[in-house]
Design a protein around this ligand. Structure first.
Ligand code: F6R
Length: 608
């Protein structure tokens, strides 16, 4: 996730900005830059790659004079990692320099408007729009300009802005993207998280949405969009640096679990406009969709589990046959795939060796490749015909959570988009589906509110030697992910089974006290799974049922029940998976496992 730091004070800004950015490196980034006010102009230095490259370029900051500046580490969203796409961005005349975290959803229309007024864009970023907008609206008052700009942009932002006409102050604002203000002694700061400034101060203001802050060397004033001053409460941070990196969480995994409502919202909201799914990112036409013979979904691990969900959802909604395969098998199975087939490749990192090789195999056979990727400009993204990015931000914990969840939402968008183009969904069903997709972030947040209930269950079962996850159809697909989450971080043996398949052998492993996590969320198959619950209970299993608020009957058969909100049948995996992620996390935590870095695993598997 991008990082911001800004400084004004008694010291030279550039070294402080570099040092602050180094504290944000843990968030993941692919380029970095700083801008300072020096000798009546704005000087900018930026580089693709590690912060060390930037630091070397400007001799640890010594080459850039001045006591005020803004800095940024970028995690590419719009436009690949490059020097020119790195922040800060300058407005056309160089009067303004801007750093930005977040996503400007209406940047395409704003860009068109600005281009028609003669503005020339040099980067592919959404942020450059903001820099030019400042110049476009500027009539000599930076506060008025800031208000006009934020009234015009849609989406999420944390902005730090320098203006050549204001040598002794800079201005910042945030909406739906974090930013704090650090209060020092003859120096003040902004930062996307406290880690960046902890060395200098522990006194901070938290900014609310659309509060505008004006920072001078010895004053900080916060205003609302009516230009009225807002009295802020000062907080004193008592975290140590490592807790601060994790936003106060003990592990990145829990931080990322909690980030899911935002990650899902960021992924879906730019793609739903006026009740319609808009996939601007892809060139697949209605004609192309109508001509698809078969869809393959190819991926590894959790991304493969998203594919299993995808098979059920796309087949059900689009009536196109879907085959889902793990990439390491696909690449060597002489796949029957050709020019009339669409291959959907899913990867968080965009670098997984087997997935990339499978993609190349598919392309060599003439198939069209659409990838769902989290890392912009990654190898898989570059090699694909079309890419839909998940906007999960960097995932640090080895066990994926928010990437999995955002990949699911892209699958739903693709399924509904294609079903609409194919005429397989009525207007009412389409509208209902979109309404339900839009409600997912709130429903995920609601489940997270009762995470202590899952923690309690984990405390009952963390000593188990073997745990089974069962379910049918979509519940089976989520069982695969629940089981993987548990085993990879807690080292407890676990298997996921299609509930109806259990009695063909595996049920012999059930004995007194074996925990079976039974997922029964869908309406049609609820009774069928309940029958399987009865079968395992009759053989001594202890059952933890996961179902929706609509199914009271689960309480009668299961020993423990976890309830999730109801939603559209096809979207249930997004909710069902949340308690399972929490269960894996809490079990691993109780066992004292190294949750963020489980043994034998790497975040990005770039070898075969
Ligand atoms: C499990 C997990 C892995 C990845 C798999 C694919 O929690 O994270 O199973 O899903 O290694 O990685 P990507 O998505 O980067 O291709």
């Amino acid at each position: 996730m991008c990082g911001i730091v800004g400084y004004i004070g008694k010291n030279q800004a550039a070294p402080i900005l570099l040092e602050g950015l180094s504290k944000l490196e843990y968030r993941g980034y692919d380029s970095a830059g700083i801008a300072v006010y020096n000798n009546n102009e704005l000087e900018v230095a930026k580089s693709k790659g590690k912060l060390a490259v930037l630091s070397e370029k400007i001799d640890g900051g010594k080459k850039l004079g001045g006591n005020m500046g803004i800095g940024h580490t970028r995690w590419a969203t719009h436009g690949e990692p490059s020097d020119v796409n790195a922040h800060p961005h300058l407005s056309q005349s160089g009067r303004f320099a801007v750093v930005h975290n977040g996503i400007i959803e209406n940047y395409i229309s704003l860009k068109k408007k600005l281009e028609s007024k003669g503005f020339e864009f040099i980067s592919e970023t959404d942020t450059e729009v903001i820099a030019h907008l400042f110049e476009y609206y500027y009539k000599g008052d930076i506060m008025d300009t800031m208000i006009k700009v934020i009234n015009r942009v849609e989406g999420s932002y944390a902005l730090g802005v320098l203006c050549v006409d204001y040598p002794d102050q800079f201005i910042a604002v945030r909406k739906a993207s974090p930013m704090i203000v650090g209060l020092g002694d003859e120096e003040n700061f902004i930062a996307s998280d406290v880690t960046a400034i902890l060395k200098h101060t522990r006194d901070i203001y938290y900014l609310e949405d659309n509060e505008i802050v004006v920072l001078k060397k010895d004053s900080v004033k916060v205003y609302n969009t009516d230009k009225e001053e807002v009295k802020k409460e000062k907080f004193t941070v008592d975290w140590d640096v490592s807790a601060a990196e994790k936003g106060g969480y003990e592990h990145f995994m829990m931080k990322e679990i909690e980030e899911q409502p935002k990650a899902i919202r960021d992924t879906i909201s730019p793609r739903i406009k006026d009740g319609k799914i808009v996939l601007d990112d892809i060139s697949l036409t209605e004609e192309d969709i109508k001509n698809i013979n078969k869809i393959y979904i190819v991926a590894c691990g959790s991304a493969y589990h998203v594919g299993v969900v995808g098979k059920y959802v796309i087949e059900k909604m689009c009536r196109i046959p879907v085959e889902v395969q793990v990439a390491s098998e696909f690449r060597y199975c002489d796949p029957i795939v050709g020019k009339d087939d669409l291959v959907i490749v899913i990867s968080q990192s965009g670098e997984t060796a087997d997935t990339k090789a499978a993609l190349e195999e598919a392309k060599a056979r003439g198939a069209r490749v659409l990838s769902i990727v989290n890392v912009v400009g990654s190898a898989i993204a570059k090699a694909s015909d079309d890419v839909i990015y998940t906007w999960a931000g960097p995932e640090i914990a080895v066990a994926t959570t928010k990437a999995y969840s955002t990949q699911l939402t892209v699958i739903y968008l693709i399924a509904a988009y294609m079903a609409d183009k194919l005429g397989k969904i009525s207007k009412e069903e389409y509208a209902d589906f979109i309404k339900e997709i839009e409600s997912l972030p709130d429903k995920v947040a609601e489940i997270l509110k009762s995470k202590e209930d899952v923690q309690y269950l984990a405390s009952k079962f963390y000593n188990c030697h073997s745990i089974f996850f069962i379910g049918r159809n979509l519940d089976y697909a989520v069982s695969l992910e629940g089981s993987l989450k548990l085993k990879e971080i807690s080292y407890i043996h676990s298997e996921a089974y299609a509930a109806g398949e259990l009695k063909h052998g595996t049920i012999s492993l059930i004995e007194d006290g074996t925990l079976v996590v039974a997922l029964a969320t869908g309406k049609n198959l609820f009774d069928k799974t309940v029958s399987n619950v009865k079968e395992v209970k009759a053989r001594g299993a202890v059952v933890m049922g996961v179902t929706t608020e609509e199914h009271e009957h689960m309480d009668d058969v299961a020993d423990y029940t976890v309830k999730i909100p109801a939603t559209h049948e096809m979207l249930l995996p997004s909710l069902t998976v949340i308690p399972l992620q929490l269960f894996g996390y809490y079990v691993a935590s109780l066992k004292g496992c190294d949750i963020d870095k489980p043994r034998n695993l790497a975040k990005s598997v770039t070898v075969e």
